[in-house]
Design a protein. Structure first.
Length: 325
């Protein structure tokens, strides 16, 4: 067979998924854009146009004077503006397309000449849908909602639990040392148990493919929660109590932890289980199995901690995915 004639090629790297949280955190939709002139002639008077369907990106045009024969031009400025209003309206995921078209506008041509085009598919996620660990794992933190009114209701419940045990009902963060942090977390555990929540199975491989997330208010109203919903609910309450929570992801599962001192890891995402185990051994952090709060029966906080620890023991290294601080 004859080789195809040399051509002009557009190379595009775009994010595979986008949601409202990406827009709010200024995540770039485009990660790379190259124009490869594989022909033997110089290209002049060029415009590269971008439009999207549906219009989740504001249209953009790049103008280039010329690209030499055999040259690849790397575009440094690939910043595009996302349409936040469209992303905030989405209640279900839907596919979208980025259309790129490269034209030459030489004065001698009666009309612009299309030199190359390229389509790129992006999945637009519902506003309450997390995209999974595969892409920017730290973005799961955008789904921790400490300002949800349901969080204050749970903290009020925790304060009452503390008072009933003859302790101070103050939600006072790290002010009184690690033992007090344990007491606050334990009281919060009791407050959630009182809500008699039921566990809902998450979608398969949710930690990689993502899932829709229930807000703290939705969890309390419906009485239903997946492991991720529960981990995010506890993280929101711990954060609102001025504590530093962590989210732990193992294969097919998520649970939560909290620093016992006002500390954090050097990076937001930790993928080394040994680093996490070291903190647990030094009693600088505790983790607990949040789904035990949704079994329809009372489970002691110490049991939840024991099960959280078990999931991070040495033999489980293959199961450990990430910790997000």
């Amino acid at each position: 067979a004859d080789d195809p004639p040399p051509a002009v090629v557009l190379q595009v790297r775009a994010v595979p998924k986008l949601n409202l949280a990406d827009f709010q955190n200024a995540v770039p939709a485009l990660q790379g854009l190259n124009i490869c002139n594989r022909t033997a002639s110089r290209l002049e008077h060029l415009t590269l146009q971008l439009v999207s369907e549906p219009a989740f990106v504001k249209p953009r045009t790049w103008r280039l004077d010329a690209i030499g024969a055999g040259e690849t031009r790397h575009l440094a400025d690939v910043d595009v503006q996302l349409e936040g209003a469209l992303l905030s309206r989405l209640t279900e995921a839907e596919p979208a397309v980025l259309h790129f078209a490269l034209h030459s506008h030489r004065p001698s041509d009666p009309a612009p000449v299309l030199l190359a085009s390229h389509d790129c598919t992006v999945e637009l996620l519902a506003r309450n849908q997390w995209g999974g660990l595969g892409q920017m794992p730290a973005m799961v933190a955008a789904f921790v909602q400490p300002n949800d009114p349901a969080v204050d209701r749970l903290l009020k419940g925790a304060a009452l639990v503390l008072q009933a045990a003859g302790k101070s009902g103050a939600i006072d963060g790290y002010g009184q040392g690690p033992k007090r942090v344990w007491e606050l977390a334990s009281a919060l555990w009791s407050a959630v148990l009182q809500k008699k929540l039921h566990y809902a199975l998450p979608p398969a491989s949710f930690e990689h493919t993502g899932q829709k997330v229930r807000s703290p208010g939705q969890v309390l109203d419906a009485g239903l929660a997946t492991c991720l919903d529960l981990a995010l609910l506890f993280a929101a309450c711990l954060e609102q109590a001025n504590l530093n929570p962590v989210l732990v992801f193992t294969r097919g599962h998520a649970f939560v932890g909290v620093w016992l001192n006002k500390e954090s890891f050097d990076t937001a995402v930790v993928d080394d289980a040994t680093a996490v185990r070291k903190r647990l051994k030094l009693q600088e952090m505790l983790v607990f199995e949040t789904t035990l709060a949704a079994q329809g029966q009372p489970v002691r906080f110490s049991q939840a901690i024991a099960q959280g620890n078990r999931q991070l023991e040495g033999a489980e290294d293959a199961q450990f995915e990430r910790l997000v601080d």
